[in-house]
Ligand binder design. Structure first.
Ligand SMILES: [Zn+2]
Length: 692
C-alpha cells in the first residue's frame, strides 16, 4: 500500500489499532480527528480481510484453534474502531459523522457478506463442526463452534448452488418488501391531518400538546390547531380530548393505516412477506419461519411460545375482564356511556387513573436527585455484587457531561471502566441505552476488562442565571427506573467473565437480554433500597411510604387489559409466521387470531396488521412475545430475591455466577435453571401486577 507509511505518520495510527497508549487502554477521544475515521475504516477492513485470508490459506488441517478461535479473534481492531465510531455517532454526532456513517456502512456490510459467503472459510468451519463429537471442548467452546457454524448454515451455506440462488433471490425481494411496507406506513401517517378551528372541540387537551398543535397549524398557514397520526400528537389526542366523535375520527384514521384502497395498501405486502419468509425457512430445512427464528432464542420452539402466550392469557383474562367492567361502569357513571369503543379506552383509563391516584411527577421529583439515584444504584451493586465505583478524572471523555468511573472488586482489581452520559444535547439521539467501547474477553491468559457506557436523556440541572435559581437534575420516577434498567444492562456487561468476545456480556439471545436490566428496576420499588437514595434534595427526608405504595399501585393500574393487548400482538405474530397458508384475507386472519383477547367491538374498516411495523418491517417477527417473556423472567428472578431477602448476598452471588458473568456461553434456559432451580413461571409476574 502506497500511502500507508504516510498515514501512519499522522494521527490515524491512533485509531487503527486495538490497543491505545491510555489508562486501561481506554478510547483516546481527544486524539481522534473526524477525518481520520474513513481511512482508518478502510485500513482496518483490509487488515481484517488479511486475517480471514490467513485462516483460509493455512496449510494445516482445520482445528478449533486455527479456524474457530482464529475467526473469533479476527477483526479486533475493526471492532474497536466500529464501537468507538458508532457509539459517538449515537451520543455525540454531527453532519460530518453522519456522512461518514453513510459511507462506511456499505463497506462494513460488504465485508460481513464476504465472510458469510466465503466458501473456503465455511469448508474449514464445517470440517471442525463435523468432528465436534471427537473434540474435547468446554461448554463455551462448544457454543462458539455452533454459533460460527450456524452463522453460515442459516445463510444457506449448506445449499446447492441452485438453491443458494433462490435464497439470494428471496432475500432481495424480502428486503424490498419490508422497505415498501415501512414507506407505506409512513406515507399513510403523513397523509392524514386533522385541522380544528373551534377551541371548544379540543377541550381536555394539555397545554403542551395544544401548543404543538397550534404551531403545526401555523406551519401550514392555518389558524387553530392541527393533529396528525404521529405518536406525540395522536396519543394525547385520544387520551384527553373530551369530544367523543373527534376521538372516534382520529382512532379510525389511525386504524386504517395502509388498509385503504390506495397506493399505500399493505395487504398484499403482508401476505407476500409471510409467504416468502415461510419459503425461505423451508428452503433452509425448517418447518416454519417461527422455527427458524426461535432456534436462536431462549424459548427455542413455537410450541413453547404458544403455550407461554396461551397460559398467560388464560391466567390474566379474569382480571382483565374485571378491569374492563370497572372501566365501563366508570364511563357510564361519568358520561352515561353504555358500551365502550376502541376510542374510549385511553380516555377513560386516564380519567380513572387520575381519580384513583392523582400522582404528580412534580411531587416525587425532589426525592430523586440524579446524583443520589446514581450513588444509590452504585451502593446497591456494592451490596449485591461486592463491586465499588470510584469516579476518576484521568480517563478521556468525549463530552464534558460524561463521567468516568473505575469499577473495582473487593480486592481492588479492575472490573470495568464505566462511563455515564445523562443529559440531552444536540448531536445525541433520543432514548436511553447501554453500550460498550470495548468488550470483555480472555486472550493469552489476560482477562481484558470491558469499557461500558450508559447514555440517557434525563431532565438536566438548571444553571443559575438572572431569571432562575440553580437546581440539580431531579428525575421523574420513570427516569429513575430507566437509570436502573440501563444500569442492569451495564452490570451484565461489566461482570462478564467469558473467553470469547462474541459470547460476552449482553451478547445473548434477545428474549434473554432484558433479564438483567428489568430485574434491576425492581429495587426501585423496595423500601429498603429507596431508603438509600430517595431522599429529598433539600430536606434529606426519605420518600414517604404512602408515595411508594401509590407508585406501586399505579404501576400496575389496568395491567390485566394491557397484558391482554400485548399477548394479542404476540399471538398474531406467531399466527402469521406459523401458518401463513391459512391466510385468506389479512383482516379475517387477524380477527380470528386475536379472537378472545380484546373487549372492544371490531371496527370493520380497521386492521392493525397492515401497520404492524415491528414484525413486518423491523426485526420482531416471531419475537413479539419476548416483551412479556422478559417480564416473566425478571418477575420470577426477583421473586427469588424476595424469598431470600432483596440484599441477600448468596442469591446475588448466584445471579452473578450463573447469569451476569456467563453471557451467551450456554443456552439461556440452562443458565436460568441453574440460578432458579426451575424454569420461569408466570405466577410471579401475575402476582406483582396484582392479577392473581
Ligand atoms: Zn433494555
Amino acid at each position: 500500500m502506497k500511502n500507508s507509511v504516510k498515514l501512519c505518520e499522522t494521527n490515524i495510527m491512533k485509531i487503527l489499532t486495538s490497543t491505545f497508549q491510555t489508562k486501561h487502554n481506554t478510547a483516546p477521544f481527544s486524539q481522534i480527528k473526524i477525518e481520520d475515521y474513513q481511512p482508518a475504516f478502510e485500513e482496518n477492513i483490509a487488515k481484517a480481510r488479511a486475517e480471514i485470508n490467513a485462516i483460509t490459506n493455512n496449510p494445516e488441517a482445520p482445528t478449533f484453534e486455527n479456524t474457530i478461535e482464529a475467526l473469533e479473534f479476527s477483526g479486533e481492531a475493526l471492532e474497536r474502531l466500529s464501537s468507538i465510531f458508532f457509539n459517538l455517532n449515537s451520543a455525540e454526532t454531527c453532519d460530518e459523522m453522519q456522512k461518514i456513517a453513510q459511507d462506511v456502512s456499505p463497506l462494513l456490510t460488504a465485508f460481513s457478506n464476504d465472510i458469510a459467503l466465503n466458501e473456503d472459510l465455511f469448508k474449514r468451519v464445517k470440517a471442525v463442526y463435523d468432528q465436534k463429537e471427537t473434540l474435547t471442548l468446554s461448554p463455551e467452546q462448544s457454543t462458539l463452534l455452533d454459533k460460527k457454524f450456524k452463522s453460515f448454515s442459516r445463510n444457506g451455506a449448506l445449499l446447492s448452488d441452485e438453491k443458494k440462488e433462490i435464497l439470494r433471490g428471496i432475500d432481495k425481494i424480502l428486503a424490498k418488501l419490508k422497505l415498501t411496507f415501512g414507506e407505506n406506513v409512513l406515507a399513510e401517517t403523513n397523509n392524514y391531518k386533522l385541522h380544528i378551528s373551534n377551541e371548544a372541540e379540543i377541550k381536555g387537551l394539555p397545554e403542551g400538546t395544544k401548543e404543538m398543535a397550534r404551531s403545526l397549524a401555523k406551519s401550514h398557514d392555518l389558524e387553530g390547531w392541527m393533529f396528525t397520526l404521529d405518536f406525540p400528537s395522536y396519543l394525547p389526542f385520544v387520551t384527553y380530548i373530551e369530544n367523543r366523535e373527534l376521538r372516534k375520527e382520529m382512532a379510525i384514521a389511525a386504524g386504517k393505516k395502509a388498509f385503504q384502497e390506495n397506493d399505500y395498501d399493505n395487504q398484499e405486502n403482508v401476505k407476500n412477506i409471510v409467504a416468502l419468509r415461510h419459503d425461505r425457512a423451508r428452503l433452509l430445512g425448517y418447518k416454519s419461519h417461527s422455527h427458524f427464528v426461535l432456534e436462536e432464542r431462549m424459548a427455542q420452539t413455537p410450541e413453547k411460545v404458544q403455550s407461554f402466550l396461551n397460559d398467560l392469557l388464560s391466567k390474566a383474562k379474569p382480571a382483565a375482564e374485571k378491569e374492563f367492567a370497572q372501566l365501563t361502569a366508570f364511563a357510564k357513571e361519568l358520561d352515561g356511556i353504555d358500551h365502550l369503543e376502541k376510542w374510549d379506552g385511553a380516555y377513560y383509563s386516564e380519567k380513572l387513573k387520575q381519580k384513583l391516584f392523582n400522582l404528580d411527577d412534580e411531587i416525587l421529583k425532589p426525592y430523586f436527585k440524579l446524583e443520589n439515584v446514581l450513588k444509590g444504584a452504585f451502593t446497591i451493586a456494592e451490596k449485591l455484587f461486592g463491586i465499588t465505583f470510584n469516579e476518576v478524572f484521568d480517563i478521556e471523555k468525549y463530552h464534558d457531561d460524561v463521567q468516568t468511573f473505575e469499577v473495582l472488586d473487593f480486592e481492588g482489581r479492575l472490573v470495568a471502566v464505566f462511563y455515564t452520559d445523562f443529559f440531552p444535547r444536540k448531536g445525541k439521539r433520543n432514548g436511553a441505552w447501554m453500550t460498550s467501547f470495548k468488550p470483555q474477553y480472555i486472550k493469552e491468559e489476560i482477562n481484558e476488562r470491558p469499557h461500558v457506557s450508559i447514555v440517557c436523556n434525563f431532565t438536566p440541572p438548571i444553571v443559575s442565571s438572572e431569571k432562575s435559581e440553580a437546581k440539580p437534575s431531579l428525575l421523574t420516577f420513570n427516569e429513575v427506573t430507566t437509570l436502573f434498567h440501563e444500569f442492569g444492562h451495564a452490570l451484565h456487561g461489566m461482570l462478564a467473565n467469558t473467553t470469547y468476545p462474541s459470547l460476552s456480556g449482553t451478547s445473548v439471545y434477545w428474549d434473554f437480554v432484558e433479564l438483567p436490566s428489568q430485574v434491576m428496576e425492581n429495587w426501585c420499588y423496595e423500601p429498603e433500597a429507596l431508603s438509600i437514595f430517595a431522599k429529598h434534595y433539600e430536606t434529606g427526608e426519605i420518600i414517604p411510604q404512602h408515595y411508594v405504595e401509590k407508585i406501586k399501585e399505579s404501576a400496575s393500574f389496568l395491567e390485566g387489559m394491557a397484558t391482554l393487548r400485548q399477548l394479542s400482538f404476540g399471538i398474531l405474530d406467531m399466527s402469521f409466521h406459523g401458518k401463513p397458508q391459512e391466510i385468506l384475507t389479512v383482516k379475517s386472519f387477524e380477527k380470528s387470531a386475536m379472537d378472545g383477547t380484546t373487549f372492544y367491538p371490531d371496527v370493520a374498516e380497521n386492521c392493525m396488521s397492515t401497520s404492524f411495523s415491528h414484525i413486518f418491517q423491523g426485526g420482531y417477527s416471531s419475537g413479539y412475545y419476548s416483551y412479556k417473556w422478559a417480564e416473566v423472567l425478571d418477575a420470577d428472578a426477583f421473586a427469588y430475591f424476595q424469598e431470600k431477602g432483596v440484599f441477600d448476598k448468596e442469591t446475588a452471588l448466584k445471579f452473578k455466577d450463573t447469569i451476569l458473568s456467563k453471557g451467551g456461553t450456554e443456552l439461556p434456559m440452562e443458565l436460568y435453571k441453574r440460578f432458579r432451580g426451575q424454569e420461569p413461571k408466570p405466577e410471579a409476574l401475575l402476582k406483582r401486577a396484582g392479577l392473581i
